[in-house]
Design a protein around this ligand. Structure first.
Ligand code: S3P
Length: 439
């Protein structure tokens, strides 16, 4: 992170134009990791130039993987093979990235050398036992701080054995860590989830030639194969598109086009929920890109009505709740969110962060342990705190387009972790958003 930064946001005007949101964060992390462990050169295009994914690239570089960036959004990964990583000379810094740290924990558990994973202040408070405990059942030796948080000290040289994991939490990060460890394990590793989560690791392993069986909610693979370099085309990140879907929905007169957005069914819960609320979003030219469904989205302003968010959709929109809370505060009636307790252990406690800020802007929010009841309207501007959480910052920038007065959003620098060009794209399509002195 590059020091404290604030925004002064809104009010805006009708949003118009084409918004090319950057590449998918989940796919970008995995492309580098699998490319590093493959034989041959993996070419990645549409790579997210965000701090999180760049940190993963730097970590792989510390372990001897050559990654070239011939142009922005392009990577050439010279794979070193499953057993070709070199011991790192120092601790590996994942920055703000839970995905980076948890997936790397699985990958590093299978190495012959020791390593240490560290992160920034936010990541250093996040729960890691969810990944360390099941890895230990495969034979991994990983120490955490006493309360189960980073740093992670991974002891290498312990042989891994395949295991069957029945996960208590729906988490693609945990599932992926176990599958990555499973590449190094003797025998079969199976993962069963309480609800299906994003399946990029499974899809990408198959694209790299590793035999893997998967269906919604289950995945399994055996050790003892090889990864073969391939080409990865990263779709635009639905989670970044989400802010513009909500912004255009709530600002009268808006119409935006979002090209090439990834529509993996495990990511598009917000699309369904916004449509249930009355949003006018059309899916144009659905196609396949690098094994992933993508399409161009057209979104136009429409009056929204509050709903009860179907609990089964929660994992399919787990990163979209900050944006949804804003839509809910601009809708008529109440919106009820349940079964989303995971939001409390994201980059911030996203239920508390959104509740606090939306109340400042005039909304009514009743917090529950696993969700909230939200209703509008957003009747005033004011000062809100993003708490260094990228998605909270962007959600409040969107909310500010509908408040009568400007909103000062504190601590927004981490937007660069997932969406470095957000402010530029937002202002280009008509959002009111300027840097403000940190205060
Ligand atoms: C991710 C999984 C989700 C998501 C995160 C990215 C991934 O986290 O919130 O932004 O790439 O696997 P959990 O596994 O903690 O739900």
């Amino acid at each position: 992170m590059t020091g404290r930064q604030d925004w002064i946001a809104g009010p805006g005007r009708a949003l118009q134009g084409r918004v090319p949101v950057p590449g998918d964060k989940s796919v970008s992390h995995r492309a580098l990791m699998l490319g590093a462990l493959a034989g041959g050169e993996t070419r990645v295009s549409g790579f997210l130039e965000g701090e999180d994914t760049v940190a993963t690239g730097r970590i792989l570089g510390r372990m001897g993987v050559r990654i070239e960036a011939p142009a922005p959004g392009e990577r050439r990964v010279r794979g070193v093979g499953l057993h070709g990583l070199q011991p790192p000379a120092e601790a590996l810094d994942c920055g703000n990235s839970g995905t980076g740290m948890r997936l790397l924990a699985g990958l590093l558990a299978g190495q012959r050398f020791d390593s240490v994973l560290v992160g920034d202040a936010s990541l250093s408070t996040r729960p890691m036992r969810r990944v360390v405990d099941p890895l230990a059942r495969m034979g991994a030796r990983i120490d955490t701080a006493a309360d189960g948080t980073p740093p992670l000290r991974v002891r290498g040289g312990h042989p891994l054995l395949g295991a069957t994991h029945v996960l208590p939490v729906a988490s693609a990060q945990v599932k992926s860590a176990l599958l990555l460890a499973g590449l190094y394990a003797d025998g079969r590793t199976r993962v069963q989830e309480p609800r299906p989560t994003r399946d990029y690791t499974e899809r990408m392993l198959a694209a790299f030639g590793w035999p893997v069986e998967f269906a919604p909610g289950v995945a399994s693979l055996a050790g003892g194969h090889r990864l073969h370099a391939t080409e990865v085309l990263v779709p635009a990140d639905f989670s970044s598109a989400a802010f513009f879907l909500v912004a255009a929905s709530i600002v009268p007169g808006s119409e935006l086009w979002l090209p090439g957005v990834g529509l993996n069914p495990r990511r598009t819960g917000l699309l369904q929920v916004l449509q249930l609320m009355g949003a006018d979003i059309e899916v144009h030219e659905p196609r396949e890109q690098g094994g992933e469904p993508v399409a161009d989205l057209r979104v136009r302003h429409a009056p929204l009505s509050g709903i009860e968010v179907p609990e089964a959709l929660v994992p399919d929109m787990i990163d979209e709740f900050p944006a949804l809370f804003v839509a809910a505060a601009c809708a008529s009636g109440e919106t009820l969110v349940r079964g989303a307790g995971e939001l409390r252990v994201k980059e911030s406690d996203r239920i508390a962060a959104m509740a606090r800020g939306l109340r400042v802007l005039g909304a009514t929010v009743h917090e529950r342990p696993d969700g909230a009841v939200v209703s509008g309207p957003l009747s005033r501007g004011g000062g809100v705190d993003a708490l260094g959480d990228h998605r909270i910052a962007m959600a409040f920038a969107v909310a500010a387009q509908c408040t009568p007065g400007p909103v000062r959003i504190r601590d927004v620098a981490n937007v660069a972790t997932s969406f470095p060009g957000f402010a530029g794209l937002a202002t280009a399509c008509g959002m009111g958003l300027e840097p403000g002195p940190a205060g």
